[in-house]
Design a protein around this ligand. Structure first.
Ligand code: SAH
Length: 199
């Protein structure tokens, strides 16, 4: 991680505290948990590449006590890293079965994020505004609701694009003003519209 440019020591310590193998749901894959690779966690979804989680977390520049909205709970691994950084995390997942599995895992592990089964395109208007927002699926465009739910000086970190995504940050500099920066290409599962039906 350090060699790849992750220099935030708090972040490296937080990553060191999260037992990544527990987020794999299937213990036969646990031996792969500490390799720098992405991995299928079922339902066609992946647990993000550890470097991707580290970079997104570094770009968010998390401070203790900040209120963070995450879109795409998935395995919950990214959520756990944000919690270890001292953030209050509100995380939205559109797949009911993943939402259920991850909720159970967090209660077993003693982590306490606020989890929601919903459509991340809408954000969480009832809990807005947020200090920071992180999207962990590939968004074809910037959801307007997310920009409006950001505090002034807040940061949105979002992979933007269809097949491949460019990691992009938007810092809210005024009521409707944003400063945009880009940080290289990545591949995420797509950000889809609406909640999927539960099974
Ligand atoms: N942060 C996760 C990444 C999981 S992959 C981790 O660390 O494991 C991205 C997740 O985004 C998938 O679980 C997918 O179901 C979810 N997703 C896709 N579109 C969404 C939407 N509109 N709202 C909420 N979640 C969404």
């Amino acid at each position: 991680m350090k060699e790849k440019g992750i220099h935030d020591t708090n972040l490296l310590a937080a990553i060191g505290k999260v037992p990544r193998h527990l987020f794999y749901f299937d213990s036969t894959f646990a031996e792969k948990a500490y390799e720098d690779i992405a991995f299928q966690i079922g339902d066609g979804q992946t647990i993000s590449h550890p470097y991707t989680v580290a970079l997104q977390s570094q770009l968010l520049d998390v401070k203790k006590g900040e209120k963070i909205l995450e879109i795409g709970t998935g395995s919950g691994y990214q959520t756990a890293v944000l919690l270890e950084l001292g953030a209050k995390v509100f995380s939205v997942e559109r797949q009911k079965n993943l939402y259920d599995k991850t909720k159970l895992l967090f209660s077993e592990m003693g982590y306490d994020p606020r989890l929601f089964y919903g459509d991340g395109y809408k954000g969480l208007p009832n809990y807005a505004p947020f200090d920071k927002i992180i999207v962990t699926c590939g968004a074809p465009e910037v959801p307007a609701a997310l920009l409006s739910q950001l505090k002034t000086a807040g940061v949105l970190v979002i992979p933007l694009g269809q097949k491949e995504q460019v990691m992009t940050t938007f810092v809210k500099t005024g009521e409707n003003q944003f400063h945009k920066e880009e940080f290289g290409e990545f591949r995420f599962v797509p950000m889809l519209q609406d909640r999927a039906r539960g099974i």
